[in-house]
Each structure stands twice: as structure tokens, then as C-alpha cells.
Design a protein around this ligand. Structure first.
Ligand SMILES: Nc1ncnc2c1ncn2[C@@H]1O[C@H](COP(=O)(O)OP(=O)(O)OP(=O)(O)O)[C@@H](O)[C@H]1O
Ligand SMILES: [Mg+2]
Length: 337
């Protein structure tokens, strides 16, 4: 049960770190290295390291790559929250936007979960690395396409009675411009839930306040991801995604960058996703997806928020110039007259 979640008092709201299970303090590092054989795999390279474990790329005898996920607390793997969630997902046929889980195996004392391997990076490193020619974030079209994809996976998940409960950019893998995969179901839980987990700065206000959470909590996290794709800024933190002020701002409902700069089709979507009170948010993924589809049809195409700002600023500057020229003319006329 200790891997199920953290006790309510264990959430450190001032920490951007993850709190979904018992914090792993003083664990013995896993002794895994490239070239090592584990079960039917040969370990290749480390591709992820969290507070709770390590993810390694490994090859099987046919030369195919897989992602193997090892928990630091190997002894606690008797109840495996992530494997349990994936068993439920598989029993319901799985979903194209959810990473394929290929089972759990053990070699000696070492147990690990096996996943399909996704070659490209996660959304966080993609946004950290991507510097678009003329813009800060992804284009409206690309951000909406990605949001629609993730929403489809989350809709499936909610439909089988689960919350992901840790939606954030590093838990989304990019396959290509149209396809994403949701990973990391270590905090997934049936809802409504009273056991918490996930990452504070991507959590809904009700989770941070330790109220009961339901589907709307995941919807709020999707709002943060969407805003981050558009602006490359966390909506509740002014400078950087690591800004821990975000947590206090989420609790008070203070969006740091404001919504005024977004085109109105996108602005209404973001404000429903990030509404402070769950009652003011989209209540279900169906409702959210209808709004995303509407925004896809109506929002400016292939433009970044930066380009939209520039367009607005140019229009404003032009108007001011005309006004100034007009005033000058009137002044000269009056002087001559
Ligand atoms: N199937 C996969 N294919 C490719 N890369 C993966 C895969 N699974 C995980 N990774 C990489 O490993 C990182 C960590 O994976 P995951 O989120 O499942 O582990 P975690 O221990 O929960 O990490 P954290 O505590 O940081 O959230 C991901 O952000 C991703 O970059
Ligand atoms: Mg993760």
C-alpha cells in the first residue's frame, strides 16, 4: 500500500518535486549499467531518471528496443500502482495515445516494467529545446493538435474510471507532429480520489488543498500543459517552469502571464481549462474535446503567440502613426489658417 500514494500531510506545496509515493530518501542506487544483461534484455542507455526510479533503453535478442522502468524501492514492488493501472487499460483495449505496456518481469531481485520505446524526446525537452524561427511557443495549430491528442487519451482513461493524476510535459512523449504518447501512470488512481500524488506545480487547486479530486483535476493539468505549449511559460510562474511560486499561485488562482494576449478562441479554451473552481471548468473530456475541435476550426492558423503579439503591436503602431500624422496635418492647417 505504501506505493499507492502519499498521505495528505506529505504534500510539500512549496516543492516542485514529485510527491506521489513515499519520498525515496537514502535509497541504494540501482546497479544497472550499459551492456548488462537483465532477463531477456541487454541494457543500452539510461533515458530517464526520476525521484522514484530509472528508465533504461534495452534491446531484446531480435535487436528491438524497449524502455525498462525500474523503481528505486524494489522491495515495494509487491503492489505496483503503475502496473495495476496498465492492466486495467489493457483489459479495456488500450488507446493509441497511451504508451503500450508489455508486462512486468523480474531478474533476481530486480523487477521492471516493460514499455514500447519511443525514439523521440518528451514534450518538456522538446519545448525546452525548440526555438521556433519566429515565436516562443508552438503554433496555435500544433498546440491544439497536441492538446486534442492528449485529451483523447485522457478521455479513454476517464471512461474506464481512472485519473492519470500526473499529467505534465515530461510525461508526454512525442512520436511526431501528429502523434503523442502519455506515459508514467505511477500516480494513476480510480476517482473520486482522496489519496494524492503527482507533481505540485502541475496539480489542480483542489488537489493542493487536499480536497477530493475527480476528472476535472486532470483537465486542469491539461490546461497547464496547453498554456506551456503556447507560450513556453508556466501559466502560474513568471520566469521559468521551475519557479516554485507556481504552487502558491495555483492555490490563489493567479495566472501570471494573463490571458489577454491570447486570441479569443484560444483564450476561452484556456480559461475553461484553468478555471480555479472545478465547477467552472469543463466537466468532462467530451465537453473539453468539443471546445478544442471548435478552436481548431476557428483559431488563427499556424501562428505562434509571439507572431500574434507582433501582428497586434504592428497594427497598434500603424494606428498611432496615422493618428499622429492626422493631428499634425490639423495643427499645420490651423497654423496656416
Ligand atoms: N517508453 C518510453 N520511451 C522513451 N522514453 C521514455 C519511455 N518511458 C519513459 N521515458 C523517458 O524517461 C523519463 C521518465 O519516465 P517516467 O516519467 O515514466 O519515470 P518516472 O520515474 O515517473 O519519472 P519522474 O519521476 O521524473 O516523473 C520520461 O520523461 C521519458 O523521457
Ligand atoms: Mg514522469
Amino acid at each position: 500500500m505504501s506505493t499507492l500514494g502519499i498521505s495528505a500531510t506529505a504534500i510539500n506545496i512549496n516543492s516542485a518535486s514529485k510527491t506521489r509515493r513515499t519520498p525515496v530518501v537514502g535509497y541504494t542506487p540501482l546497479k544497472i549499467s550499459a551492456g548488462q544483461s537483465i532477463g531477456r534484455f541487454v541494457i543500452d542507455k539510461k533515458i530517464g531518471q526520476g525521484g522514484f526510479g530509472e528508465v533504461w533503453r534495452a534491446k531484446d535478442q531480435l535487436g528491438r528496443f524497449f524502455a525498462l522502468k525500474f523503481d528505486h524501492l524494489q522491495a515495494e514492488c509487491d503492489f505496483d500502482q503503475e502496473a495495476a493501472a496498465f492492466e486495467q487499460i489493457q483489459a479495456n483495449g488500450g488507446h493509441a495515445t497511451i504508451i503500450s505496456f508489455l508486462g512486468k518481469e523480474k531478474d533476481g531481485d530486480l523487477s521492471y516494467r516493460i514499455f514500447e520505446y519511443v525514439q523521440r524526446e518528451n514534450l518538456l525537452s522538446h519545448l525546452g529545446g525548440v526555438v521556433e524561427a519566429e515565436g516562443r511557443g508552438l503554433s496555435f495549430t500544433q498546440s491544439l493538435t497536441y492538446l486534442r491528442q492528449i485529451a483523447g487519451g485522457v478521455q479513454f482513461l476517464h471512461g474506464i474510471g481512472l485519473l492519470h493524476n500526473d499529467l505534465k510535459p515530461d510525461n508526454i512523449l512525442i512520436v511526431d507532429d501528429r502523434e503523442l504518447k502519455i506515459i508514467d501512470f505511477g500516480a494513476a488512481t480510480p476517482y473520486p480520489a482522496g489519496l494524492y500524488g503527482g507533481t505540485p506545480m502541475f496539480s489542480s487547486p483542489e488537489k493542493l488543498f487536499m480536497h477530493q479530486i475527480d476528472r476535472r483535476s486532470d483537465i486542469f493539468s491539461l490546461g497547464i500543459i496547453f498554456y506551456y505549449m503556447l507560450t513556453r511559460e508556466h501559466p502560474f510562474a513568471s520566469q521559468t517552469i521551475a519557479d516554485t511560486k507556481a504552487v502558491a499561485n495555483i492555490q490563489s488562482g493567479k495566472i501570471s502571464l494573463g490571458l489577454y494576449s491570447l486570441p479569443k478562441e484560444i483564450r476561452s479554451l484556456v480559461s475553461r481549462l484553468l478555471a480555479h473552481r472545478p465547477e467552472d471548468r469543463f466537466q468532462t473530456c467530451d465537453e473539453m474535446i468539443r471546445a478544442i475541435d471548435h478552436a481548431i476550426e476557428t483559431a488563427p492558423k499556424a501562428e505562434t503567440i509571439w507572431q500574434a503579439w507582433m501582428r497586434k503591436a504592428t497594427r497598434l503602431a500603424e494606428r498611432l502613426l496615422y493618428r499622429f500624422a492626422d493631428l499634425k496635418q490639423k495643427y499645420l492647417h490651423r497654423k496656416i489658417g
